[in-house]
Design a protein around this ligand. Structure first.
Ligand code: HH2
Length: 300
């Protein structure tokens, strides 16, 4: 392969007259789960002070933005058994807001909030969040309306069915075509809620209602979603398909960095604008080098 596809340039509007510039080298979104039960970092950052430190450390290590999650969305019916418990909005906001407020006071870097609930999104935006990451792609139209009012970016992630059972009922005839059509439908839902297309970021939803082979195919063919005309985000970090597709299927989440970087390499090659990862320092260095190599032909 002679050249890589460097990501197209995009400018996403952020609250308070700021913007998030995307393009060239994919940006690193560092994962910070304030949950007891996330599959990889669950229980590690329950103490708000430690969570804030972790967020600031990820920024120092090269994350361009932080994704705060206060409800695990671990799918059920597959390798994770029952999947995550749904958390009431009050409990989710109670975990989220102290950390969000303290991080907001400490940094101007973009902060994303991973939530499916309009009520939580609204409170998060009022507390200084810059971007909403919705793995349900607007199951709650109230979330779309909150984003429309704030004028901030919204990540629409592809998934199918209920979180509790989605790994049990997987059926695709044309994987890429169906994911693309369902993301297009999600964009239309967002516009119906008052959002504008320039606010939207799209994500194929690795591990959400897909088999491990389908995850591989979606990563390999990610650029097939570029025709939707929006920046793409890939979240493959430490997910179970990495172990399943490797010669060490029992590798626990913290031993999946090599495979996570392979997914980042494929995302970068196909012009992904953002990658959502746990291992920030390693991914940032990987992408710096990936980009330097891709650009080295131009230096003369
Ligand atoms: N994956 C997870 C959560 N949020 N958001 C986007 N946009 N894309 C993803 O692939 C994605 C996501 C699941 O991973 P994690 O947050 O590490 O675990 P958990 O859901 O168990 O908290």
């Amino acid at each position: 392969m002679e050249t890589a596809t460097l990501a197209q340039a995009w400018t996403l509007p952020l609250p308070r007259d700021r913007s998030l510039e995307l393009g060239g080298r994919p940006r690193v979104m560092g994962i910070l789960n304030l949950t007891p039960d996330s599959f990889s970092d669950g229980g590690l950052w329950l103490e708000p002070e430690r969570a804030v430190e972790r967020g600031l450390r990820m920024l120092a290590e090269g994350a361009e933005l932080i994704d705060l999650g206060a409800e695990s969305t671990r799918p059920g019916g597959g390798v994770y058994g029952e999947g995550a418990r749904e958390v009431p909005a009050g409990e989710e906001a109670g975990r989220l807001l102290p950390v969000l407020e303290a991080l907001r006071a400490a940094t101007d870097a973009p902060i994303s909030v991973d939530t499916r609930k309009g009520e939580v999104a609204r409170q998060a935006l009022a507390a200084g969040a810059d971007l909403i990451n919705d793995v349900s792609a607007l199951a709650d139209p109230g979330l779309g309306r909150a984003v429309a009012e704030a004028g901030c970016p919204l990540v629409l992630m592809h998934s199918r069915g209920d979180l509790a059972t989605m790994q049990r009922e997987i059926r695709f005839e044309d994987l890429l075509g169906e994911v693309r059509a369902e993301l297009r439908a999600a964009m239309d839902r967002a516009v119906a809620c008052g959002c504008r297309e320039p606010q939207l970021v799209l994500d194929p939803g690795i591990g959400f209602g897909k088999t491990w082979r389908q995850n591989l195919e979606l990563i390999r063919r990610l650029d097939g979603l570029a025709s939707l005309g929006r920046p793409l985000l890939l979240g493959a970090s430490r997910k179970s398909f990495i172990a399943r597709a490797s010669s060490k299927p029992d590798a626990p989440p913290e031993r999946r960095l090599g495979g996570s970087l392979a997914a980042v390499a494929w995302a970068a090659l196909q012009g992904a604008a953002l990658v959502r990862v746990h291992d920030v320092a390693e991914t940032a260095q990987f992408l710096d080098l990936w980009h330097a190599i891709a650009k080295s032909g131009e230096a003369g």
